[in-house]
Design a protein around this ligand. Structure first.
Ligand code: SAH
Length: 350
């Protein structure tokens, strides 16, 4: 089997090359080709001897992603891509343009096994974890196309990043590597459904990467109904892990809260949320739910959303409503992939 060369750390690359008697500086050169130049073939690596390029072609692969489908929003230019891995897995990636630059929302797994009832990605279960190289490619592919750097990366696409913890950590360290892509850690946000022990491990990593936790309900029973993961990691355990994260990192934590009409949008629900979060260094991101799972979940009306937000702010908890980009292409939440996994034919991009 070929070596997944772009998933290797700089040190691993040097060690691997040493095993066939190549000097250390060749490792540095290849690392720069892969991560700074974003090369997709060994032929591009023109400062390497031909014999080495041939050897690399025979033993290693860079794991490209093929674009299967593209949707571009007429409203705001948001782009959503359906991508295929070399072994035929489908994933989604979204590119959004903000005032501060381009933001890529990337997937960490093909499918997901967390089973949140409102989420389209949960439908077919987990297919497999994405490799660090594939996650990097989700970012690099846009940069190659747009000839402009992506300034922010959010790991909020398909999958649960903390269920693919080792590959995620490797991806983060490669993406932020000074001699590689060198993206600022503070420009990256990881979103988790609440795997409490992994939140603690993440806090211990000592990174400047932002963390968002999908809460969606402030009481255990309601949360269990929306997110089965709450059975394994009940709310008190999750909140302890969140407090540990804030204390250990001294960073502000974001809680995501998808508003579902009649489920978690009442004033009583907002009071429960306030008493849960009071005094924590946090911010709440309210997401009006997208009805994608035939669950019958609907988003509340504008006034209810505004009242919910205001009650949090009045209690001193900063709260924003997620700005909706790409409304005409349904940019949110795994819908392209969900549709594709049940259709047979594909529209190939040329
Ligand atoms: N597994 C990670 C990333 C998932 S997607 C996590 O759970 O955080 C990012 C956010 O979108 C999560 O907060 C998720 O709960 C939310 N989400 C998923 N489907 C949604 C939908 N149909 N409507 C609104 N929010 C949704």
């Amino acid at each position: 089997m070929s070596v997944d060369i772009r998933s290797m750390t700089k040190e691993e690359l040097a060690e691997w090359l040493a095993s066939f008697k190549e000097p250390k500086y060749r490792g540095n050169q290849i690392f720069q080709w892969l991560h700074r130049e974003k090369a997709l073939s060994f032929d591009e690596m023109t400062n390497l001897p031909l014999t080495l390029r041939t050897r690399l072609k025979e033993t290693a692969e860079i794991r490209p992603l093929a674009i299967k489908e593209r949707q571009v929003s007429k409203a705001d230019g948001t782009e959503k891509l359906l991508l295929e891995t070399v072994d035929g897995c489908l994933i989604e990636t979204v590119l959004m343009r903000y005032e501060y630059g381009l933001s890529a929302c990337i997937s960490s797994q093909a499918g997901c096994r967390m089973g949140c009832t409102f989420c389209a990605s949960a439908k077919g279960g987990l297919v497999r974890n994405l490799t660090p190289s594939e996650m990097l490619e989700e970012v690099f592919l846009f940069e190659r196309e747009k000839k402009e750097p992506v300034s922010h990366v959010v790991i909020m696409g398909t999958g649960e990043p903390f269920d693919n913890y080792e590959n995620l950590m490797r991806f983060l360290s490669l993406l932020t590597h000074e001699e590689g892509r060198n993206l600022g850690a503070r420009h990256i946000t990881v979103s988790t459904c609440g795997l409490a022990p992994k939140i603690r491990s993440f806090a211990d990593e000592g990174l400047q990467v932002n963390l968002a936790v999908s809460l969606h309900a402030a009481d255990q029973e309601r949360r269990k109904e929306l997110m089965p993961v709450a059975k394994s990691f009940p709310l008190p355990e999750l909140m302890d892990a969140c407090r540990y994260y804030i204390k250990k990192t001294n960073r502000r934590l974001t809680f995501e809260y998808s508003l579902v009409k009649g489920k978690n949008d009442s004033l009583e629900a907002s009071r429960a949320l306030i008493s849960l979060l009071k005094g924590m260094n946090c911010h709440v991101n309210l997401i009006p739910v997208n009805n994608v799972t035939e669950s019958g979940y609907e988003r509340p009306g504008k006034e209810t959303i505004r009242a919910f937000q205001k009650s949090l702010e009045d209690a001193g908890i900063p709260a924003t409503v997620r700005r909706e980009l790409g409304p005409d292409i349904n940019a949110a939440c795994g819908q392209l992939r969900a549709r594709r996994t049940v259709t047979v034919h594909t529209i190939r991009e040329t």
